[in-house]
Design a protein around this ligand. Structure first.
Ligand code: THU
Length: 136
């Protein structure tokens, strides 16, 4: 699966977003080292704090299926009814979840449109991460 194809899956995953409170749809497509893709969308809640980001939904789907090693994730987001026109960057909580399971060179694709994305890494988005090593 190419980076571009993963970006298209992230955009498609936005369609399932449950976001009646923000009207902000997010989609993520996560590829495991085994080559399987897990998608996720944001799932909001009237009590707000139970809301889960698209990235964590994708990770938790994959982890619950037994996956533990990941290559890359594509993330797309935008207001309902508007064309995609800007990249979104994962929130701090999602970065920390990524750090639990991914190496610093884990590739993160920030989708701008079907044909445009910015490539970054976990190390760039979460330098000096707290990890399990700290509490051993
Ligand atoms: N959201 C995500 O799904 N991923 C992020 O990285 C940032 C924010 C969602 C949460 C909420 O449903 C909506 O976007 C607005 O914050």
């Amino acid at each position: 699966m190419t980076d571009r194809e993963l970006c298209v899956l992230a955009i498609k995953a936005m369609n399932n977003s449950y976001s009646p409170y923000s009207d902000y749809r997010v989609g993520a497509a996560l590829m495991s080292e085994a080559g399987k893709v897990y998608t996720g969308c944001n799932i909001e809640n009237s009590a707000f704090s139970p809301t889960c980001c698209a990235e964590r939904v994708a990770f938790f789907k994959a982890i619950s299926e037994g996956e533990r090693s990941f290559l890359k994730i594509a993330i797309a987001g935008g207001k309902k009814g508007e064309a995609l026109n800007e990249t979104i960057s994962p929130c701090g909580v999602c970065r920390q979840v990524m750090a639990e399971f991914c190496k610093p060179d884990f590739k993160i694709l920030l989708v701008k449109s079907e044909n445009e994305y910015t490539e970054t890494t976990l190390a760039q988005l979460l330098p000096l991460a707290f990890s399990g090593d700290n509490i051993k």
